[in-house]
Ligand binder design. Structure first.
Ligand SMILES: Nc1nc2c(ncn2[C@@H]2O[C@H](COP(=O)(O)OP(=O)(O)OP(=O)(O)O)[C@@H](O)[C@H]2O)c(=O)[nH]1
Ligand SMILES: Nc1ncnc2c1ncn2[C@@H]1O[C@H](COP(=O)(O)OP(=O)(O)OP(=O)(O)O)[C@@H](O)[C@H]1O
Ligand SMILES: [Ca+2]
Ligand SMILES: [Ca+2]
Length: 587
């Protein structure tokens, strides 16, 4: 499937199976891609671009009066290269193989002209934001490309046929799946808990799991732009997200994406309650965090001072946390409790490491129960709220002993505190096993199902890796490529971007050969008629500078980097990432 790197520029086929430029984008007069309005091109370029910029077009010297080909064409290429660099940078070295780079470059070339004028000029930024989310989740180039193209597809600016022939069958398949998924909620008459749970399981079982992740990134984009919809639609969409997509994000291990989905949907669904919870939790946050710290120390000391416990455990650690707005809100919405009735606003977790005394005796359960007794002697346990999953594990194998504690003092009401007591081994299972936190939060508590999904994810990653892996024999042209964008433009791999190569990409972007000549003229510092990698890098530096200055359209750059760091290493996304990375390394 890889393109032969030594083919001459004029005869290069697209790796999507031929049919190149069946779809030609007519040049749009007066187009002004947004990212590029502050671009300063090197030396002569800066002057020429300024002279031809629409705001100073009266002094235009080198172009015809109505259009600004050098600037317009240059901007298109700059936008293409900037987006490409951004995404491959986010993907990480292991995933950005040459096959992946080629795929991504083609997708951007197809999407850019189709999107740049859409949605009041925001369509392109939105498509790139979706792509950035997917790259941050370490999805492969097929998924990222599908993310870029979906917006163009929805807008009717490209067709599925374009994707199939110009990009490839796998990306088209992903898009097809994501469109089926888009309509999945309409299968339900009522969006109650039971039907939402059934629909989530259906999505995970019967759709390509990479399409599910793509759909999640698209939902995040939708939620971030919900203001532009009428109020009733905002609520319908928010409810769908809350019931279906946020738990799905939890289930696949994209925990922080889920948190953002929950956050946004809560705000739209229950703005007043949201403010109320926010205020209530915020007003006591400092005090409660201090309390948690102090209880943690007190409890640790009491446990260490106990003779029996000291004999059977070799290590004790305690974690504490204050509940988040969204998690609190979710509990309230789930069963109509008041904030004061949520029993884990304050929370501690005791993790015990039993001694190995050489015998086959497991001291774990005794250590948990002894810890429980010590807690009962220190604080007031709320009757009827204790759950002993140590003696009777949950169906998914989860083990832990939970107690609710009332820490109020005379004249001072306080929220309830949950204490979870478990051994190190039980904890490991609760974090990474089939009772993993992500599956629990995603409502997937059936261990058989968890195992099956993991197997599906592994298989999907293996298949994608087969398509995207580098094949040394056919990839010689860019196997030692240090500048990925340059290599995409230098199609014949001779180390220079010729005018033919530049013209080809400009035509794909909807600009003409004249634009290519003018751009070459601007960038070709030593006037030898082609671009060296140094000359191209100078152009790239300008692009970077411009992008870092452009805060208005820069939304997709800053979003998920830290937010999408995932919570537990056993989530399906993590399984996929690891398998894909491992397989891509095997050449
Ligand atoms: N990882 C993991 N954590 C779990 C699981 N089940 C429960 N937990 C944790 O234990 C906490 C309390 O769970 P339960 O004691 O079953 O209480 P609950 O009925 O869900 O919640 P309340 O109605 O608030 O008492 C949850 O909030 C989780 O933090 C599980 O299957 N896996
Ligand atoms: N008792 C506890 N002590 C310390 N950390 C906890 C405790 N309970 C939950 N956590 C951690 O706090 C983080 C947020 O959990 P959160 O309170 O949103 O959900 P949860 O308690 O796991 O589930 P639920 O929605 O059923 O309350 C998770 O990392 C979780 O492991
Ligand atoms: Ca070349
Ligand atoms: Ca040159």
């Amino acid at each position: 499937m890889a393109t032969a790197a030594t083919t001459s520029a004029a005869a290069i086929p697209t790796a999507g199976g031929g049919g190149r430029r069946q779809h030609h984008h007519p040049r749009r007069p007066g187009l002004r891609p947004r990212h590029l309005h502050r671009l300063r091109l090197p030396a002569q370029a800066a002057a020429a671009a300024a002279a031809s910029s629409p705001s100073t077009s009266s002094s235009s010297s080198s172009s015809s009066s109505s259009s600004t080909p050098a600037e317009g064409g240059g901007r298109l290429v700059a936008e293409l290269v900037g987006a490409f660099n951004e995404l491959t940078g986010r993907m990480g070295d292991g995933l950005a193989t040459s096959s992946s780079s080629r795929l991504l470059f083609r997708a951007l070339k197809l999407a850019l002209p189709a999107l740049r004028d859409g949605d009041g000029g925001r369509a392109l930024a939105r498509a790139l934001a979706v792509a950035a989310s997917l790259a941050d989740l370490q999805m492969d180039a097929e998924v990222i490309s599908a993310g870029i193209l979906r917006e163009a597809l929805d807008a009717g600016a490209i067709s599925m046929r374009d994707v199939k022939y110009e990009i490839g069958i796998s990306t088209a398949h992903l898009l097809h799946e994501s469109l089926r998924l888009k309509h999945a909620p309409s299968k339900l008459d009522v969006l109650d808990d039971e039907s939402a749970s059934a629909l989530r399981k259906f999505c995970l079982s019967y759709y390509d799991i990479r399409a599910v992740i793509l759909e999640l990134a698209l939902k995040l984009d939708m939620m971030r732009n919900l203001d532009c919809l009428p109020r009733y639609l905002q609520r319908i969409k928010s409810l769908e997200v809350l019931k279906i997509y946020a738990p799905l994000a939890h289930a696949v291990g994209a925990g922080n994406l889920s948190l953002e989905l929950e956050d946004l949907s809560f705000r739209y669904l229950f703005p007043h309650s949201y403010d109320h919870i926010d205020q209530w939790l915020r007003s006591q946050e400092t005090e409660n965090n201090l309390l948690i710290d102090s209880y943690k120390k007190q409890l640790l000391q009491a446990l260490k001072d106990d003779d029996e416990l000291s004999q059977i455990v070799q290590d004790i650690s305690i974690q504490g946390r204050y509940k988040s707005r969204f998690s609190t809100m979710k509990k309230l919405v789930k069963d109509g409790r008041k904030p004061e009735e949520v029993n884990d606003i304050l929370a501690l977790r005791v993790i015990l490491e039993p001694r190995c005394d050489g015998s086959s005796l497991d001291w774990g359960p005794r250590a948990c129960h002894k810890t429980h007794e010590i807690i009962q002697a220190m604080w007031k346990e709320v009757p009827g709220r204790t759950k002993d999953y140590v003696t009777r594990p949950k169906e998914n194998g989860y083990q832990s002993l939970h107690v609710a504690i009332d820490v109020s003092e005379p004249g001072k009401m306080r929220p309830l505190m949950e204490i979870q007591i478990r051994t190190k081994e039980m904890h490991k299972f609760a974090v990474g096993g089939e009772a993993s936190h992500s599956l629990y939060k995603g409502g997937l508590t059936d261990p058989g199902e968890a195992k099956r999904l993991k197997a599906i994810m592994l298989a999907a990653a293996e298949l994608a890796a087969m398509r995207l892996r580098d094949h040394p024999a056919s990839d010689q042209g860019d196997s030692n490529c240090t500048n990925r964008a340059f290599c995409q433009l230098d199609k014949n791999g001779d180390g220079r971007i010729s005018i033919e190569e530049l013209t080809e990409v400009m035509e794909d972007l909807g600009a003409g050969g004249k634009d290519a000549k003018e751009l070459m003229h601007l960038l070709d510092a030593n006037s030898d008629g082609s671009l060296s990698s140094d000359e191209f890098e100078a152009f790239q530096r300008q692009i970077e500078l411009m992008r870092s200055l452009d805060d208005k359209d820069d939304r997709y750059r800053k979003i998920l980097k830290e937010k999408l760091q995932t919570i537990d290493s056993a989530g399906l996304i993590q399984v996929y990432r690891k398998q894909l990375g491992d397989k891509l390394l095997v050449s």
